[in-house]
Write a new protein. Sequence first.
Length: 520
Amino acid sequence: MNIVMKYSISIILIALIFFFSCSSPTPKDLLKESIIPKPTSVIATNSSFLLSEKSGICYEGSSEEMGSVAQYLADKLRPSTGFSLPIQSVSQQPGSGNIYLVLSSDNADLGNEGYELEITEDLVTIAAQTPEGVFRGVQTLRQVLPAQVESNDLQEGPWEIATGKITDKPVYGYRGAMLDVARHFFQVKDVKQYIDYLAAYKFNALHLHLSDDQGWRIEIKSWPNLTEHGGSTQVGGGEGGFYTQEEYAEIVNYAKDRYMIIIPEIDMPGHTNAALSSYAELNCDGKATDLYTGTRVGFSTLCTDKEVTYQFIDDVVRELSEITPGPYFHIGGDESHVTPLEDYIPFVNKVQGIVSKYNKKVIGWDEIANATLLPNTTVQYWAEADNALKGVEQDAKVLMSPATRTYLDMQYDSTTQWGLHWAAYIEVDEAYNWDPASLVAGIGKENILGIESPLWSETITNLEEIEYMVFPRVVCHAEIGWTDKSNRNWEEFKVRLGNQCKRFEAMGINYYPSGFVPWN
Ligand code: TNX
């Protein structure tokens, strides 16, 4: 080899080394990321952070709870990136290339759930007042990584994140979904899967509709026939099922680890055929009814003037409250068409007393506002604005679940395979384009606890069908509950939503590919 060749090879080598060691980060624009719910503020600095096999997840301090949030993040990122992402407790800001979770009180304005996510070329930092805030920030971090990060299988990178700073907090403190496990029963693993989906969009409450005419789904040790008999079937005559108290506790804990509370609902005095068929004494005529597997509503009622009815309710509320750490107990109260109003009102008054005796706050469907509400009772508006207004007059808070906007069992249009349409067909734009604080004259932001999206399951039998009815509408509701009205706009939202489809696909979600959304 002559000297010229040797010289050229060295130059090429040096150039290559230089290229690989100092290759500058790809410019990326944080403002172009399709984050849902839309954050309060995003500042872009137009460079990128590269997550690599050298990255770790560091959290400040020795708090076990912060360690769990770090673990949750690691569990999300490891399968798709293939990186080991070791978790480490640190006492100061870590070096370059890491993710850093920190409790910081700099910004008191963030409240319980707010967070700041700062991405520089060197470090990703999520700072919040509480581990819960950090957890919400982790959901945003997932969404600024490439969509394949959501896959359970190894994916190719590069795992670049646009640099900048996101400051974020929710408008409403309660952002919920309801699952009807009574009309059709869903296994614990399906409920957990649903919780995971909801957590990704920053929901913090799951309301379980645990009893109805067609089935009783939660073990009550002092009234065992409720599940033994009352849980033995479902709509259409299938085998039904129920959660043991241990399984329910497992759901509660799974939700808790994702900063979601469970709201148990025992619907009464109507929607109680499963109980009435399990215990003869709960009927006014002392005769047990037959099990029911149809879909009619409004034909059943507990006997409101029997003492045993209140002993029964006391036992149920006591046992269920003991295994429910969240502050709420939902007493139903809807569609009690065969309970005369003069019986319904004292019934609801008494039941509120039982619930508060066990230190829970009452939630009930809007009809309960006909009774005298205890302070701290919440009225869930679903059908009758006048009822909700009666609640507001009594200083109750309102949980917004207008059937025409939030009912996830309503069909998208007349061709939708599952669901009902008694309230409306709800296309994706209809699900998005409304504001809780201006829907009903007389119900303003100060009266509203939050929003909740119910999925009734008369026609829904498995997780795939749940997914189809829920996605993408529940994502619209996630943004309504989190993002200020001034920051929401359908034309802009639908583009962000369209960009979520890669994430839905990576998560394996069977979503409805609405023609109103520019899927990308
Ligand atoms: C009305 S919404 C009901 C439910 C049904 C639902 C079907 C409410 C409080 N009651 O019992 O499942 O419609 O969409």
